[in-house]
Write a protein that binds this ligand. Sequence first.
Ligand SMILES: [Zn+2]
Length: 71
Amino acid sequence: MYKLNQIVFTKKNHVCGSNKWKVIRVGVDIKLECLGCKRQIMLSSFELDKKLKPTLSKKEIEFLEEYEKES
Ligand SMILES: [Zn+2]
């Protein structure tokens, strides 16, 4: 399940080069905002499950830790 304000990492980069997204709406569909360019997309949680990286890199884990400290 996805939580509001959760950060997720996609396997493929967005057109802006970032693969980090913030969950800004949860429900039947999930709304994500790209942390790189602030563009928003909407997709089902099933689609999102398939797009996300199964394991995070060290850099991504560090980013998450930093992000949680700030918020
Ligand atoms: Zn972007």
